[in-house]
Write a protein that binds this ligand. Structure first.
Ligand code: FUC
Length: 835
């Protein structure tokens, strides 16, 4: 009998401590993209298929998008129509309002682009044995290994952030048995392959424009010609043999390596993108110089040095948190396909649930690094020139969901790619506010891109207002500006960056609000993304006034601006105005079914189980509705969720995990987590069913959207800790199946970091670390006497530490010198509906 090598993961078994995971692994190559495995360093992304004879590495670079800086005023007629929209809404003529609103539309956004394919051809006559591939998220490295004719071939793949290169190391277990070729493919016709010494360089241009995949009326949906001189960025990506003991030849068909035992390839890429407002070609960066510098630096280093630096850099983020939610026994060592199938039938795999949490963190670290571009609808992984929904930023839920886990899951610094990007969107959003509505401040509508697009999309009248004309993106994005401060306590960031943007987003809302007949401030027009109501006359409409989500967003933004301006001692007059508006905002309503009403009136929904649950923004990610403070609205929110049901797209299920966690119903949140982790193979677009998880653990809308992964990670964090109610509420939504567990490094607002252990649903040990002092209140499910509090060295230790056992109190904190005070949430509560 032939000696079979133990699969890589099983070799590592003894090394696992209680928190470690067996790598995600499979016994066969990927059959399609949703089975390939993602690796990345924030900027460069690779999907590896693990094929034997022809390995496919599908490549991305985060800045490679179609188009160029946005047109500031693409529809100069748009501004004329708002008065007529409002007038129609006053008459309750929703049909006329909708038609008129459609005239207030600009252009579609641009699309995220693939970079190309690297093919590794390693043709064998015989079939492999002992095939194995994995993704090790502890080290951010993927492996493929198989044996043919007694020779074991292995491939190791990782993407280094310190060295900005993709590293592929191929080996054969017997000397001289490694023979392969590496060749390149570009999806962009304006590409040219340049052959150098041991090196291939693919140089080309991204499209000048790419239509969204749902637009089908243009003869040329993707084009490269650029009449404006300001669209279409350049790219250069290179493959270089760093070291090998074999023979190397290179020509236009690729690089060939023969009679080798080992070969290390370096791949890197750069584009000429130079900022959201710069022509990507004429004002672009020198992409050739960039790739050359990356290759030069990495070529001089040993693979051990590159690998060690990569792992140290990755673990600097990843190792901040540990999570254990129970033990899974042998299930933990199943290949991922068998494991997901088993889970769909039997559940009971808490280590898979903890792995899913960490996988979300892995994906954020791999797709979002400071100084870069925010993770888009697919993170950074996309093989299509017209990807679903342009793989752009949809601000009515998806883009924000990507960043929900950043703060609680201890990746605050990665949140800055998103908060930094907001400045560009706000800059174009200022033009949009002025040119489309004649208003001050800034806003973003439901779609954006690397160019910070902010206009209502729809190609000047072809989009449905139910999504295209939602105007509250500025308010929702601003929540991230504030939350980053609430967790990080970065005063300089608040004062000089976040607050001015938040204030100007509020300024737009002040201009946008109008009074209704009852003297309430309302938004007009308003939609509830992307739902449709049925009027008393039985007509289906989407445009009305004062949708619940709009009012909750305005409330959230105004209260955050008030807190920030108070803290900074700035803009007292503005604060007063905002406080006055809050007194008379159109309040939340409870409908006849006992639900939180979605619309201005208690209309029926066209689709009562619609995937968006926009009207629960005030429950999550807003803070207004809480079982601790607003019991009536809490009950109404629960009713709303019951009516909506547990179905929907992947991201919809993720959002519902967060909602049920905020309702403190851990078992229901866990049921949704099981739904989210349900294996699906559905490829096309499905809005109602099939939301779940692909074999590679990517979330299925379907199709793949990364938001559901991130929303799932955030949901698990919300089940274990919440800090939005003026208190750090520990285990607020613990499901029965996670009765015993342990977490390290969960973050709370106010800069607190929590390590805790629990047994039989009772906390047995807590350590609270404080980054910058301040008042700390804890709410525990049980009595505990040995909580420990550690203040960061050299920081203010004048904190006030209170532990509440299973009760919630709103006592005034002792005076201390603190940066962010959790109590802002409870000391000043504005009423949105008089609960
Ligand atoms: C919104 C959602 C869709 C999809 C898209 C990216 O339009 O309604 O389901 O997630 O964003």
């Amino acid at each position: 009998m032939k000696k079979r090598l133990l699969p890589f993961a099983l070799c590592l078994l003894p090394l696992f401590n209680t928190f470690s995971q067996a790598p995600i692994h499979y016994k066969q190559p990927a059959r399609n993209w949703n089975e390939a495995l993602p690796v990345g360093n924030g900027r460069l992304g690779v999907m590896t298929f693990g094929r034997v004879n022809e390995e496919l590495l599908q490549l991305n670079e985060e800045t490679l998008w179609s188009g160029g800086p946005v047109e500031k005023n693409p529809n100069p007629d748009a501004i004329k129509h708002l008065p007529a929209v409002r007038e129609a809404l006053n008459r309750e003529d929703y049909e006329a309002a909708s038609k008129e609103l459609q005239k207030i539309q600009g252009l579609y956004t641009e699309a995220y682009q693939p970079l190309g394919n690297l093919l590794i051809k390693q043709p064998f006559d015989a079939q492999p044995t002992a095939y194995f591939r994995d993704l090790d998220i502890q080290n951010a490295t993927a492996h493929t290994q198989f044996t043919i004719d007694g020779v074991t071939y292995s491939r190791e793949l990782f993407v280094s952030a310190p060295d900005q290169v993709i590293v592929l190391r191929l080996t054969a277990s017997q000397k001289g048995k490694l023979n392969f070729s590496a060749s390149t493919q570009s999806p962009h016709p304006m590409s040219k392959l340049v052959v150098g010494k041991n090196e291939l360089s693919m140089r080309g241009k991204a499209p000048a424009h790419a239509d969204p995949n749902y637009v089908s009326y243009n003869a040329k949906p993707v084009y490269y010609e650029d009449p404006t001189g300001c669209k279409g960025m350049r790219f250069d990506w290179r493959v270089k043999v760093q070291t090998t003991d074999g023979k190397v030849t290179a020509d236009t068909s690729g690089i060939s390596i023969s009679d080798a035992t080992e070969a290390i390839l370096l791949v890197t890429a750069a584009t000429s993108f130079n900022g959201f407002d710069k022509c990507p070609d004429s004002q672009g960066r020198d992409e050739k110089a960039l790739v050359e510098s990356y290759l030069k630096r990495a070529s001089g280093k040993s693979i051990t040095a590159i690998r060690n630096a990569h792992i140290a850099d990755y673990q600097k983020f990843f190792n901040r948190m540990k999570l254990k939610l129970g033990t899974s026994g042998e299930a933990a060592f199943l290949p991922m396909d068998s494991r997901l199938m088993r889970y769909a039938q039997m559940g009971n795999d808490p280590e898979l649930e903890a792995l899913y949490f960490q996988f979300g963190r892995y994906l954020l670290i791999s797709s979002s690094r400071p100084g870069g571009i925010p993770a888009n609808l697919q993170g950074i992984w996309n093989p299509m020139t017209r990807p679903p929904w342009s793989s752009n930023y949809t601000t009515n839920i998806n883009a924000e969901m990507n960043y929900w886990p950043a703060e609680p899951a201890n990746l605050s610094d990665l949140h800055t790619t998103f908060t930094d990007w907001i400045a560009g969107a706000a800059a174009t959003g200022r033009e949009t506010a002025k040119n489309f509505y004649g208003m001050s401040g800034w806003t973003v509508h439901h779609n954006s891109d690397i160019w910070g697009a902010s206009n209502p999309v729809g190609d000047k009248g072809k989009g449905s207002p139910s999504w295209a004309n939602w105007s509250m993106g500025g308010a929702w994005l601003s929540q991230h500006l504030w939350e980053h401060y609430a967790y990080s306590g970065d005063e300089n960031y608040l004062k000089n960056y976040a607050y001015p943007l938040m204030r100007d987003a509020a300024q737009f809302c002040l201009d946008w609000l109008v009074k209704d007949a009852n003297d309430n401030w309302i938004t007009s027009p308003a939609t509830s993304p992307e739902n449709v109501f049925i009027t008393e006359k039985g007509v289906k409409q989407s445009v009305s006034v004062a949708t619940t989500m709009d009012m909750a967003l305005v409330y959230d933004l105004f209260t955050n601006v008030i807190h920030a301006s108070e803290h900074l001692k700035m803009d007292a007059d503005l604060r007063k105005t905002l406080e006055e508006r809050l007194q008379h905002l159109f309040p939340l309503q409870i409908g006849k079914k006992g639900n939180l009403q979605e619309w201005y009136k208690d209309w029926e929904d066209q689709d009562p189980q619609h995937r968006h649950v926009s009207h629960l923004f005030a429950l999550h990610p807003g803070h207004y509705i809480s079982p601790l403070r607003t019991p009536k609205f809490t009950d109404a929110a629960r009713k709303t969720l019951e009516i909506r049901g547990d179905g929907g797209t992947g991201w919809s299920k993720s959002w519902k995990i967060n909602f049920w966690a905020r309702l403190h119903d851990g078992n229901h949140a866990h049921k949704l987590l099981q739904e989210l982790l349900k294996l699906t193979g559905v490829e096309g677009t499905d809005y109602a069913n099939g939301g779940g998880t692909y074999l590679n653990l990517f979330c299925a809308h379907p199709p793949f959207q990364i938001d559901g992964n991130f929303g799932g990670t955030s949901g698990i964090a919300e089940m274990l800790l919440q800090s939005q109610d003026g208190v750090i509420n520990l285990l607020p939504a613990l499901p029965d199946v996670w009765a015993t567990g342990e977490v390290k490094g969960l973050k709370a607002r106010g800069g607190f970091e929590i390590d805790m252990t629990w047994k039989d649903k009772k906390i047995t040990r807590i350590i609270v670390k404080s980054a910058f002092g301040g008042n700390c209140r804890l709410k525990l499910p049980n009595v505990l006497t040995n909580a420990k509090f550690q203040t960061a060295k050299g920081k203010n230790s004048n904190h006030f530490f209170q532990v509440f056992e299973n009760k919630y109190q709103t006592t005034t904190p002792e005076a201390g010198s603190f940066v962010y005070d959790l109590s802002t949430e409870i000391n000043k509560i504005y009423i949105l509906g008089g609960n």
